[in-house]
Every structure is written in C-alpha cells, then in structure tokens.
Design a protein around this ligand. Structure first.
Ligand code: ZN
Length: 146
C-alpha cells in the first residue's frame, strides 16, 4: 500500500514537470553549449543547453518533443543540476543512470526528484526515454572537459 502511494506521488511529480516544465526554451547565446539527442524507438528528441561558469552549471535550458517520461526528465534534470558544479552534476547523472538500470544507487543524492524515475527500470523500453536528457547533459559536460 505504501509502495502504491509512493508511485502515485512519483507519477504526480512527473506529470507536473511534463505540464509545467522548468527551464524550458532555448536561448540564442554563444555562451551555451547545445547537445541534441534522439531516441528513434519512441520518437523523442531533446536539446539541452548548458552554461558553465568557473565549473558551475549556472544555467540549463531544454527543448524537445517526446513522451511524458522524456520531456519531464529534461525538466527535472535541468532543475536538479542547475547551480551544481560539473563534478557534482556528473556524480548525480552517474547515480541516476544506476537507478534507471535498476542497480544500487545513492538514495540521498537522488532524493530531490530524480528518484521519481525509480520505476522506469522495470520498463526496458522506457529506459532510453528517461535517460535521453541526462545522457545529453553528460555528453556536454564530458566533451567540455576534453
Ligand atoms: Zn519516450
């Protein structure tokens, strides 16, 4: 019963971000790094824009089309990672990918919203939806490092 209530709560968070996404809309600013990823199996496309200042993600923007899992995750990720250092952001993304794969993860680190995608690991077809935005951010951060 408790488990079911939690699932309802999680679904509510996902729907809230889907209907009222945070940090949505791209900016025309050369100071932002834009990463685009597609998920052909579901038809999702995300554009993530990152602005780094002294190794801090001072802004993240996103735009795209796709299912509720994909679009809400882009919003949650932008919200969670904003104002984090690059190292902290990469750590959170790593743990989030463990969660999506159904592996052991740091519950404390993901408790602020990303944990709502916990159930996705039971639906392999949706794993790519839930990680499209996170993989795009990760790609942007790692490329920036090179
Ligand atoms: Zn999808």
């Amino acid at each position: 019963m408790i488990k079911m209530n939690m699932n309802n709560l999680y679904r509510q968070v996902i729907m809230d971000h889907y209907k009222s996404p945070k940090n949505k809309g791209l900016v025309n600013d050369a100071g932002y790094l834009t990463v685009t990823l597609n998920n052909p199996s579901c038809g999702d496309t995300v554009f993530m824009q990152l602005k780094l200042e002294d190794d801090v993600l001072v802004d993240i923007r996103h735009e795209g089309t796709g299912c509720s899992i994909c679009c809400s995750a882009a919003s949650v990720i932008s919200d969670v990672l904003k104002n984090k250092t690059k190292a902290d952001a990469l750590k959170i993304l790593e743990e989030y990918h463990y969660l999506i794969q159904g592996k052991e993860y740091d519950k404390e680190l993901l408790k602020n919203d990303l944990i709502v995608y916990e159930g996705v690991s039971q639906f392999p077809a949706r794993v790519k939806c839930a990680t499209l935005a996170s993989k795009a951010v990760e790609k942007g951060l790692v490329n920036k490092e090179e």
